[in-house]
Design a protein around this ligand. Structure first.
Ligand SMILES: [Zn+2]
Length: 248
């Protein structure tokens, strides 16, 4: 079931059956010369929607702008500062939990979001503690590339040139879902440099075309199909375990 395509009576009935909701979460930021700006929110959304087609999941709206300050040197990137993102995640979570969706599973597509999402969880749990809320309210963060089997498959598909930004795996997932939006370029060097992540002007100087350690030409729609298929199986099992986790 997709929250945005449902009515409130349908939601009310669904919440009585299960308190779990999946929120795809990502970022809108440059992904090298050929990666779509929406790559990091598209990947978790593609996987969550494919899982929804196969399993019994409630998928909420996608949280599609994240903490991406280091990409602001490239046109099209949009960033929330960590404190804004924490406040927004708090408001989303409290809204959902107020309706009885007390198991909120964030399927993340952007490494730069991780620290902020975890800080948001601490903030939200702190408030619940002070309010003396009843047990069972739970938040979970899972990066799509950490779903069972995905990292192993990506190693097999891209033993060299996977890198950490504008990776062939994430680009393959978008190519599988949106084949009409595939772009090509001559990458020079083939495999991009690696190094630290600091502020936006430093990032652009170190990584002139926006990639980090990756060779996106390795991506293909077929590789993306295999990644999505593997991730979907892992997501369905992981969300079911989270939804049914007993309250102590
Ligand atoms: Zn990305």
């Amino acid at each position: 079931m997709r929250l945005s395509w449902s009515t409130w009576p349908e939601l009310e009935a669904r919440i009585k059956a299960s308190p779990a909701v999946v929120i795809p979460i990502g970022s809108n930021e440059q992904h090298g010369p050929t990666g779509l700006l929406g790559t990091d929110w598209m990947c978790p959304e593609i996987i969550a929607h494919a899982a929804h087609a196969k399993g019994d999941l409630l998928v909420g709206p996608t949280f599609n702008v994240g903490m991406a300050q280091h990409h602001l040197g490239f046109p099209g990137s949009i960033s929330l500062r960590p404190s804004t993102m924490i406040a927004a995640l708090r408001d989303w979570s409290i809204s959902l939990a107020g309706h009885g969706l007390t198991r909120i599973y964030f399927l993340n597509g952007h490494g730069g979001n991780v620290a902020t999402i975890e800080a948001a969880f601490s903030e939200i749990y702190s408030e619940a503690s002070w309010r003396g809320e009843k047990r069972g309210f739970a938040l979970k963060l899972k990066n799509w590339w950490d779903l069972p089997g995905v990292a192993k498959l990506c190693e097999e598909l891209y033993p060299k040139g996977h890198g950490s930004h504008a990776t062939p795996s994430e680009i393959a997932v978008t190519q599988f879902a949106y084949p009409d939006a595939i772009k090509t370029a001559n990458y020079a060097p083939e495999i991009a440099p690696t190094g630290p992540i600091r502020e936006a002007s430093d990032f652009r100087a170190r990584y002139p075309d926006g990639r980090m350690g990756s060779h996106p030409a390795l991506a293909s729609p077929e590789g993306g199909r295999r990644i999505v298929e593997t991730a979907v199986a892992g997501l369905i099992a992981d969300v079911a375990a989270f939804a049914n986790e007993p309250t102590p």
